[in-house]
Design a binder for this molecule. Structure first.
Ligand code: ZN
Length: 241
């Protein structure tokens, strides 16, 4: 336990990585602190929340947030990015076009889930499109730590990105490919037939000993991810042939 992180409402996972469960939608924001650069993963759901996350992360990291990674394009994971002009944005290939073409759908989805209309409109207007698009894998040098961004989807959506953080204890930020606090949500934009294979790629990244950080809920282990894979394969009727 790290008192400074805990007092700020954050959970420190390793020397370099931590996360916070944000209110209302229980969405996880991830933080990786390098010696030169700082990466945030899924930085909140609106400008106000993004700005708060930014202030907290910069206080804990002792430096500016320079990089933002989106695990996928759902409003609760991306709209806080609107508070990070000047940062470098990363997403799975195709996420840029998806966010550009479906900005109104993103805004409407946020409102449907309870975000105030004005906040949803403001965030959707200000949200930068990811300029760095990951197909396969992308190594990000943050100074003292090299983070791997991996396009592991499709599954939960067509643009699922995982973030692997090496270290004494490895950490995999899974986005909503893994959920602990409830059943994984498969909406109309999910690709159920390929979701189990995406979880195989997550497990290949992290191996048996990593901490797996779900998009929603408590940190889990490889056994949990394997069990969720089996459940989803059954639910979606995906054979292992
Ligand atoms: Zn989602």
């Amino acid at each position: 336990m790290d008192v400074r992180w805990e007092e700020a409402g954050w959970e420190r996972l390793t020397g370099r990585a931590g996360r916070r469960r944000l209110p209302v939608w229980d969405c996880t924001v991830g933080l990786v602190v390098g010696d030169e650069s700082v990466l945030l993963i899924d930085p909140g759901s609106c400008v106000r929340e993004g700005a708060r996350v930014r202030a907290e992360a910069e206080r804990l990291a002792g430096r500016r947030v320079t990089h933002i990674a989106f695990t996928h394009g759902h409003f609760d994971h991306v709209l806080g990015g609107s508070a990070f002009s000047g940062a470098e944005f990363y997403g799975a290939v195709g996420l840029d076009a998806h966010l550009a073409s479906d900005r109104e759908a993103l805004r409407a989805d946020a409102v449907r889930h309870g975000l105030a209309e004005a906040e949803a409109t403001e965030a959707a207007e200000l949200l930068p499109a990811p300029r760095h698009l990951v197909s396969g894998e992308w190594t990000l040098e943050l100074g003292g730590v090299q983070v791997l961004l991996a396009n592991v989807g499709p599954g939960h959506t067509r643009h699922d990105l995982a973030v692997f953080v090496p270290g004494g204890r490895e950490v995999v930020f899974c986005g909503d490919l893994v959920e602990e606090s409830g059943e994984p949500q498969a909406g109309p934009d999910a690709v159920p037939a390929r979701w189990p294979a995406a979880l195989d790629r997550l497990l290949a990244l992290g191996g048996d000993d990593a901490l797996y950080v779900p998009g929603h809920g408590a940190v889990v282990d490889a056994g949990f991810v394997r069990a969720q894979r089996a459940t989803l394969a059954g639910r979606f009727g995906v054979s292992d042939a």
